[in-house]
Design a protein around this ligand. Structure first.
Ligand code: 8X3
Length: 219
C-alpha cells in the first residue's frame, strides 16, 4: 500500500494544474484489475493511452538456487499483470478503433545475462506480447510499442536485492545511469508523435552501457 501515499501526494501536487484521478490496485489480482478499471469515473473511463509499466526483478540467483516465490512474483507481475490490465482496457480501444499501448520491457527482454534467467524470461515474454498485440490489434488501428530500458536508477535494484541498499547502490556506482525522467521523456515523445507514427520497439541505455553485461565504470 505504500505506493498509495505516493499517488496521493502526486495527485495533490498536480490537482491545481490538471484534472486527474488515481487507482491503486495489485496487478496480480485479476478481479482487482477489472474492478479498478470498471470503477473509473465517467470522465476518465475513456482510456486513450495504456502504459504497462508495473514490473520488478526479484532476486539475482543462478537458476538452481532461485526462489519459487521470486519466480512467481516476476511472472505474476511482469507477465500476467500486464496481460490482466491490457485485457481490461483493450476492448474499449478495439471498439473505438483507436488507442495506444506502450509496454515497458527491458534490455533483459532482448538478451539474457548471468543469473537473470527468470527475470529475462519475463521481459522476453513482454517483448513477445508486444509483438503479438501489435499484430492482433493492427486491424483496429491501435498503436502498440515497447520501450526497453537498460540501467535506470530507481528502486529496481533495491527490490531485486530485497532492501540490501549497499548492493543496490553498487549497481549504479561508477557511471551515470538513466534517470526515471529520461525514460518518461521518451515515453512522452512516443505518445506525442502524429497518429500515423508508431514507435514499435525502442531500446534505451545509458551511454556508459553497451549491453546487459557491459557497462563502462570508472571506480
Ligand atoms: C532493468 C535493466 O539490466 O537490470 O530491466 O535487466 S537490467
Amino acid at each position: 500500500m505504500w505506493k498509495k501515499e505516493r499517488l496521493d501526494e502526486l495527485k495533490n501536487k498536480l490537482t491545481a494544474s490538471t484534472k486527474l484521478t488515481t487507482l491503486n490496485f495489485d496487478v496480480r489480482d485479476r478481479n482487482a484489475v477489472s474492478n479498478a478499471v470498471d470503477s473509473l469515473p465517467d470522465e476518465f473511463s475513456k482510456i486513450d493511452v495504456l502504459i504497462n509499466n508495473a514490473g520488478n526483478a526479484h532476486g539475482l540467483d543462478p537458476i538452481d538456487q532461485g526462489s519459487l516465490d521470486d519466480w512467481d512474483a516476476m511472472l505474476d507481475i511482469n507477465v500476467k499483470g500486464l496481460l490482466y490490465v491490457s485485457k481490461a482496457v483493450l476492448p474499449q480501444m478495439v471498439e473505438r478503433k483507436s488507442g495506444h499501448v506502450i509496454n515497458i520491457g527491458s534490455i533483459a527482454g532482448k538478451e539474457v545475462y548471468p543469473k537473470g534467467n527468470v527475470y529475462c524470461a519475463s521481459k522476453h515474454a513482454v517483448d513477445a506480447i508486444n509483438q503479438g498485440m501489435r499484430i492482433d490489434l493492427n486491424e483496429y488501428g491501435i498503436r502498440v510499442g515497447a520501450v526497453n530500458p537498460g540501467a535506470v536508477e530507481t528502486e529496481f535494484s533495491n527490490v531485486r536485492f530485497k532492501g540490501d541498499t549497499e548492493k543496490a547502490k553498487n549497481v549504479y556506482k561508477g557511471f551515470q545511469p538513466l534517470k526515471p525522467e529520461d525514460v518518461a521523456d521518451i515515453i512522452h515523445f512516443v505518445i506525442t508523435r502524429p497518429y500515423h507514427v508508431n514507435i514499435a520497439d525502442l531500446v534505451v541505455m545509458p551511454t556508459a552501457q553497451a549491453s546487459g553485461t557491459i557497462v563502462k565504470k570508472s571506480l
